[in-house]
Design a protein around this ligand. Sequence first.
Ligand code: TYD
Length: 222
Amino acid sequence: MASAQKGEQNRAFFITFEGGEGSGKSTQLRLLADRLSTHGIETLSTREPGGSPQSEQIRDLVLQGDNDRWTPMTEALLIAASRAEHVSRKIIPSLASGRWVLCDRFADSSIAYQGAARGLGTKRIAKLQRLVLGDFGPDLTLILDLPPKLGLARALEREAVLKTGEDRFERAGKQFHKDIRRAYHKITEAEPDRCKLIHADATIDDIHEAVWAHVSQLTGLT
Ligand code: TYD
């Protein structure tokens, strides 16, 4: 959706990675950036919430502290504000300069987390995204699908090592994470051309090959 037609090789694509906690998005994003660079393609790797200095300040507000630090609507609006900054200051300029953008989470995270799991309603949150983004959106969204039990165990292990203090969402209940997974499935059903569900209880290499197959289909790269 970000710019022109499928199959054109000389334009910049906007690709997002989505999934529950501990689904391995960041690793896959890195592997994709490395593979694209072997094709001579420059990429901007970024993340949400965050990705620009102002958005990173909002990220700290959103991810640190108690699980009930913000009301769900405040949380949704803070993340939307951070997205508005990120898109206009980083993502659009990068695409305009011909540099592809790989983003760890984007608007679908808001639909799954704030819309479904926090109970604000997926339609309402989709509407908020349209307000912030207009028609702008990813060309391809890769959703790493994993049973929440597995992903959460990985994510909590990682937090125990890294101690980022960014574990508000990891500490939410089991149902919260089940709702997120179900929301991603529904998003994929509604937008099968853009969204691709990838089985993430697999080896890093196998997941990467599945990622590459979708990127290759979209871009014509082999
Ligand atoms: P992060 O540490 O990047 O987690 P992960 O490795 O799981 O991506 O933290 C991002 C957290 O922010 C994650 O728990 C999901 C949440 N989030 C939302 O709730 N809504 C959003 O729109 C975005 C982008 C993220």
